[in-house]
Design a protein around this ligand. Structure first.
Ligand code: ATP
Length: 319
């Protein structure tokens, strides 16, 4: 077995790209596990496209290393990219040829295995019925899907898609999401998706890195990113909330307690296990606790927290 097949799909360390005195990608350490959908999430100008261009060997890194499917880029770019399919900008096709004819041209260059993959690729992206129409009649969503079908001609282990749902309507986004999930779950491929849409990453991806101004702020499984670092909060239903606040204010397990629309909201000073001590304190003071529920942080809240923190402390970020 090829030893590189057990390595992450993408691994970078200290990856940096400078344009003059602007640092577009700044010391990025990224690890994208195999067989997952991984989101590279950041606002406009965060450095996502530049990162992807480096991974594909389209532009040189100023510093750092990267391995794609276990092979160093650019040293072994040819081998690394043999099983990679990528869409970096809007996929371009010959508009007066059909979708199938466009794929035939690409497959003819690649070889007979690729030609045999045309029909399954069209089926996978849901274009079998429309494959013989001219591409100029395709919607943007259909062109995006044809772009993915073109990637599939290489039977890729890794697909790299730069902002793939840009410009798609909600129906198109939903179809795209289902297609990506099927490629990951049924075919075991790895899909790396850059996006500025939090909701999209949360719905499609298993794991993500949040990037801002060229730096990866945090990365990991979606659920962990949403939880944040050490902020554990509870919503507590209690018969006398004001008395509860007095009891909890100043308690060593509690960082902050206040009333919200949903009830008493408590930020714990420790981990989730501290909730039991908070409950015991209320109950032993004779209060009736009717609800004690951890607050789930969505990735969106977390993303906004991170980016606004970065805005507030630019010197810290650049240091
Ligand atoms: P978007 O979502 O807007 O495409 P992005 O996250 O893909 O953003 P990049 O396109 O990678 O961001 O750009 C990152 C930074 O690098 C930006 O400040 C951009 O202006 C700068 N940049 C990108 N390419 C070049 C270049 N060829 N020359 C100079 N600066 C560049």
């Amino acid at each position: 077995m090829d030893p590189s097949s057990s390595q992450p799909a993408i691994e970078t360390s200290g990856l940096t790209k400078r344009f003059g005195d602007r640092t577009a990608v700044d010391g990025v350490d990224l690890c994208v596990p195999r067989g997952s959908a991984f989101g590279f999430l950041g606002p406009n100008g965060a450095g996502k496209t530049t990162m992807i261009r480096m991974l594909l060997g389209l532009t040189h890194a100023s510093a750092g290393q990267m391995l794609v499917l276990g092979h160093p880029v650019p040293a072994e770019r040819g081998t690394a990219l043999q099983r990679v399919g990528a869409i970096v900008e809007d996929p371009r096709f010959h508009p007066y040829l059909s979708g199938r004819e466009n794929l035939r041209i690409v497959a003819a260059i690649r070889g007979p295995e690729s030609t045999a993959r045309i029909a399954p690729a069209l089926a996978r992206v849901g274009l079998s019925d429309r494959a013989d129409e001219k591409v100029k009649r395709y919607s943007l969503g259909m062109r995006q899907r044809l772009g993915v079908a073109r990637c599939l001609l290489a039977d890729p282990l890794l697909l790299i898609l730069d902002e793939p749902t840009n410009g798609l309507d909600p129906g198109g986004i939903q179809e795209f999401r289902e297609m990506i999930r099927a490629m990951v779950e049924q075919e075991g491929r790895t899909v790396f998706i850059s996006s500025h849409l939090l909701d999209e990453v949360e719905k499609i991806c298993d794991a993500a890195a949040i990037v801002d101004r060229g730096k990866v702020v945090t990365q990991g499984p979606i659920a962990e990113l949403a939880e944040g670092e050490a902020r554990h909060e509870l919503i507590i239903g209690v018969d006398d909330p004001r008395r509860a606040i007095t009891l909890l204010d100043g308690a060593e397990q509690v960082r902050e307690a206040h009333l919200s629309d949903e009830g008493l909201r408590v930020v714990l000073a420790g981990g989730p296990e501290t909730a039991a001590a908070v409950n015991a304190r209320l109950v032993s003071a004779g209060l009736a606790v009717t609800r004690l529920e951890p607050v789930r942080h969505s990735l969106e809240q977390r993303f906004l927290e991170i980016t606004s923190r970065l805005d507030a402390a630019p010197d810290e970020v650049r240091a």
